[in-house]
Design a protein around this ligand. Structure first.
Ligand code: ADP
Length: 332
């Protein structure tokens, strides 16, 4: 949790830097959608919005039932997440600390850019730790975390989606400091006018106006991804991180793997996400427990698990992420 001397709760947050004007190359031959230029690719992504200062306009009529729904279903009450809980992602962690956390937590001692960034886009394959990183950011800020899924807004909560999003930002504003995490953000950000009866694009406009409001940007007509002060690619774990995740997962079970076998396993699991590595270990454990008298998980059990668990992302799809990162990612 944040040290009280950082003054996270009462630190005056300064307005964010205006976003630069940018005309993205149109990927996939997409045509510009209204409102604003396109979100170029439908890639799994999480949008984070930091709320540290009152919104300029507060909604007047908040439905008490929706308030209850947001307080029970959107406000997260999970355990804190520390940096050490996230394997690998060294440069991503450093970028988040330097560009986002320090300017917010230590405004007086921070000598970098004048205006802290308050919007972050994390993109990358599923299960690579984007939610984990978001929860860690919230822990470091000592903030309330509100988590809502773009696809849930568009499906389960369809009828009330706009009011719910409004209530989410209302609660975020009341519970400052707070972080709003939109999972499956691409379902909103990539929306085009006319799709889904227009609801997705009108939710997108609503979300973009919250981004602008929080960032107090003077440039409201830049591409939607450029509304995010920082855009970070969260890649599948590298060899060392995979070894770390596997070691941690197998330590939770009775297991008899040598360091040599662990290294071999890390080598065999290239392009597995963190979540897929956990699944591999769970399958192996289930196989081991089926035998009598329930022996420890062995390398052979893990080998069998490879038939059940495969990386969901193909190299082609991973290349697409890299390409998107090159075009739109924030260099770090
Ligand atoms: P995403 O949001 O990218 O889809 P999550 O953050 O939900 O992925 O990751 C799912 C789970 O996989 C996490 O709760 C965690 O247990 C594990 N995991 C993924 N990446 C890592 C990592 N880098 N270090 C440790 N655990 C990880």
């Amino acid at each position: 949790m944040v040290s009280p001397s950082y003054g996270a709760r009462d630190a005056p947050l300064r307005p964010a830097e205006p976003f630069e004007k940018f005309s993205p190359p149109l990927a996939n031959g997409e045509r510009a959608a209204e409102p604003g230029p396109p979100f170029p690719l439908r890639l799994p992504s999480k949008a984070l919005v930091f709320s540290g200062a009152p919104l300029e306009e507060q909604p007047k009529n908040i439905d008490p039932l929706l308030l209850e729904l947001v307080n029970t279903k959107v406000v997260e009450r999970g355990p804190p997440v520390q940096w050490s809980d996230i394997a690998g992602q060294v440069s991503v962690k450093a970028a988040i600390e330097e560009e986002l956390l320090w300017p917010i937590l230590r405004p007086s001692s921070y000598s970098g850019a004048n205006h802290p960034l308050r919007t972050l886009l994390l993109f990358g394959p599923r299960g690579t730790g984007k939610t984990l990183l978001s929860r860690c950011i919230s822990t470091q800020l000592g903030s309330t975390l509100l988590r809502v899924s773009g696809t849930t807004l568009l499906s389960t909560w369809k009828a009330e989606a706009e009011k719910i999003l409004q209530t989410v930002f209302f609660v975020a504003n009341c519970r400052q400091p707070s972080v709003v995490l939109i999972t499956e953000a691409e379902s909103l950000l990539a929306a085009r006018v006319g799709e889904d009866g227009g609801q997705a694009s009108s939710l997108k406009s609503q979300l973009l106006s919250y981004l602008d409001n929080v960032a107090t940007s003077s440039e409201h007509n830049v591409a939607s991804h450029r509304r995010f002060g920082t855009r970070l690619y969260i890649a599948p774990p590298d060899g060392e991180a995979r070894r770390h995740i596997l070691r941690q997962a197998l330590a939770q079970q009775s297991c008899c793997l040598s360091e040599h076998e662990l290294a071999a396993l890390a080598q065999r699991t290239e392009s597995f996400s963190g979540a897929e590595l956990l699944r591999l270990c769970q399958h192996a454990e289930a196989t081991a427990r089926r035998a009598l008298p329930g022996p420890p998980t062995s390398y052979q059990d893990l080998e069998k698990a490879f038939c059940k668990v495969h990386p969901a992302m193909s190299q082609k799809e991973l290349d697409l992420f890299l390409e998107w990162d090159k075009m739109y990612g924030t260099r770090h």
